[in-house]
Write a protein that binds this ligand. Structure first.
Ligand code: PLP
Length: 294
C-alpha cells in the first residue's frame, strides 16, 4: 500500500528548527480507517482459518472499531454482531446507522454489563444467544492487532513517532517496528485506562515510549471549544481533517509540546494520523458544531 507522508509547515516548527510530518494512514479507507485496518487484517485471516462465519465485538456509540468491523465483515461475507455500550436511542447516530447498513446486528447492554465483557460467563451467555462466533475484543485489540500495527511504520526517517492511544495495541505495534534511536510518544484518549500499561508491557518488549496525558482534556470523547477551534484551524491551514476523540488531541499536544521545547532542535517528528474522522459527523449532529468531515 502506498501511504503518503506530508510535512506540516508552521511558524512554530520553523522557529524551533524541528520538522513535523504526518503519515496519512487515515486515507486507507473512509470507514476502515487508519489503524483499524491494520488491527483487523490478521484477525480476519485467523477467522477464515478457524472457518467461522460470524464475528462478535464490542464498542461505544461512536466507535471507529464498530464501524470498521461492520464494513470489513460485510466485504468478507461474514456476519457481524456489535455489542454496544449504553441504551438504544430511537434515532441511531451516524456510526451505528452505518454499521446497521453493513448488516451488523446491534445488541445494547448496560454499562455494568459492558464491564463484564471479558468474563467467561458473559461470553457464554452471548454464545447461547448468537451461536458460535469469532470473538474480537473491544477496539479489536489483541496480539493479532499488534502484529498488523507493526506494519504502520516501515523505515520512516524520523527520531520521534507520535500516535494517539486507546487500548495500546496500535502503539505497541509501532514500538515493535521502531528503530533503536526513535522515541515513541503516545497521547492517551482516556484519562485513566487501568490496563494500558499492562497491555503495552504484554504486547511490546520495547520500552522507548512516553505517554503524555496532558492533552486528554476532560476525558474520552469529551470535547472542548479549544479543541474544536484547533481542529478547524488545522483543517483550514493544511486541509487535513482530524477527529475529535484521538488525532485532534494528539496534534494539539504536539503543537503545545513543540512550543515548550520538548523536541530538541533538528528533530524530525512523525505523527501517525490513525483516522477516525467518520465519528465527527455524529458529534456535529449531536452538539451542533462543525468539525470537518470526509
Ligand atoms: C481505536 C483508535 C485509536 C486507538 O487505538 P488502540 O490500538 O486502541 O490504542 C487511535 N486512533 C483512532 C482513530 C482509533 O479509532
Amino acid at each position: 500500500m502506498n501511504i503518503h507522508t506530508q510535512q506540516i509547515n508552521s511558524d512554530i516548527f520553523k522557529s524551533k528548527k524541528i520538522n513535523l510530518f504526518i503519515k496519512r494512514i487515515d486515507l486507507i479507507h473512509p470507514f476502515v480507517s487508519g489503524n483499524k485496518y491494520y488491527k483487523l487484517k490478521h484477525n480476519f485471516t485467523e477467522l477464515h482459518k478457524q472457518k467461522k462465519d460470524k464475528i462478535l465485538t464490542f464498542g461505544g456509540a461512536y466507535s471507529n472499531h464498530i464501524c470498521a468491523t461492520s464494513y470489513y465483515a460485510k466485504k468478507n461475507n461474514i456476519k457481524s454482531i456489535g455489542i454496544i455500550r449504553g441504551d438504544k436511542h430511537v434515532k441511531l447516530n451516524h456510526t451505528l446507522t452505518f454499521a446497521t447498513k453493513q448488516g451488523m446486528e446491534l445488541h445494547y447492554v448496560s454499562r455494568e454489563d459492558y464491564r463484564q465483557k471479558h468474563k467467561l460467563y458473559f461470553i457464554n451467555q452471548l454464545k447461547n444467544k448468537f451461536g458460535d462466533f469469532y470473538l474480537l475484543p473491544e477496539g479489536g485489540s489483541n496480539i493479532l492487532a499488534v502484529k498488523g500495527s507493526r506494519e504502520i511504520i516501515n523505515n520512516d526517517n524520523c527520531n520521534y513517532i507520535c500516535c494517539s492511544v486507546g487500548t495500546g495495541a496500535t502503539i505497541s505495534g509501532i514500538m515493535e517496528s521502531s528503530k533503536k534511536h526513535q522515541k515513541v510518544v503516545g497521547f492517551p484518549a482516556l484519562k485513566s485506562y487501568k490496563d494500558l500499561q499492562n497491555n503495552i508491557k504484554k504486547w511490546s518488549r520495547r520500552s522507548n515510549i512516553k505517554l503524555e496525558y496532558a492533552y486528554v482534556g476532560n476525558g474520552y470523547a469529551k470535547i472542548s471549544n479549544d479543541l474544536i477551534k484547533f481542529i478547524n484551524n488545522f483543517y483550514y491551514n493544511y486541509d487535513i481533517p482530524l477527529d475529535a476523540i484521538y488525532n485532534g488531541k494528539m496534534m494539539m499536544g504536539i503543537f503545545d509540546l513543540a512550543s515548550k521545547n520538548y523536541f530538541e532542535k533538528g528533530s524530525n517528528i512523525l505523527a501517525v494520523h490513525t483516522g477516525g474522522v467518520q465519528a465527527n459527523k455524529g458529534f456535529n449532529d449531536r452538539f451542533g458544531i462543525d468539525l470537518p468531515l470526509i
